[in-house]
Ligand binder design. Sequence first.
Ligand SMILES: [Zn+2]
Length: 321
Amino acid sequence: MYWIDNHCDVLYQMWKRGRDDNFSESKRKQKNLFLMDDSPFDASYAALKHSNALLQNFAIFVPDHIPQTGKLGVTLKQIDLFYQNIEPYVCLFQNRNNNELGTEKIYSVLSLEGADALGNDLSILRLLYRLGVRQVGLTWNYANALADGCKEKRNGGLTNFGRECVKEMVRLGMIVDVSHLSERGFWDVVSIPNILVMASHSNCLKYCNHPRNLTDDQIRAIISLDGLIGITYVPQFVVKSYQSATPNHLLPHIEHIQYLGGENHIAFGSDFDGMVNKLTGLSSAMDIPAFYKTLMSYFPSNLVNKWSYLNAYYFYKNSIR
Ligand SMILES: [Zn+2]
């Protein structure tokens, strides 16, 4: 088996702990929390190895309480943490290196979860691209200079600046992540030509009525644009009575996207290290082999392998230049 995961918040946790513990730079160098055998992270190096990860997408997330003037600094700090602690072991996926499946390496993609750090300056987007960022979620749950997030009641779409950003992302060849975006923002994004679109960690609204989930029309639109949908394990997005949610509750979401024609577009976006509640039995990347077994017991192996890594692999390989 192989696995690709399209969303985790290890970088945010690493940044947060570094701040909380007030580590000195030298102390932090000795202590790579990602690499340690007793790592506090759900998507630690050991757990990724255990899950036979081919690729892990690492999101940069700046919490809401950081003032606008500090957001770019925190973004750069998390990029530095990535290059210091993760990239030496999990190499950045770059198509031009002719990366091949089945090597012992784990690859990574660097993404933004919310583009607040751009302020309203397009040059920051281009600079982040040069630092290795290849995917941008335009918003978190609330409004910023680009668009409204999914929890803004007014459901605003892309701003003029947001539209400019997305067009620049198309020019650069960056992936637009529509998880967390308002529904109107979603439709604005998918109407822009040549868009590379992914919902990195969202489920089906039909089975769990939550603003973070996708309507059938949104799912069909992503499929028609040859995009990717990462089924997520955040219990609140899986089932209404989420306290008792298990990995089996993910199956209707998968089946439904499959039914809508998504066989080649289903993937997974765990949100490991980014959620408070967890599914019983799928709480870290250590549990992925057992989850894979569950999938294999319900679905044909050719489908399971598409969902577990092939769809995401080809999506990244075709998107990232
Ligand atoms: Zn998220």
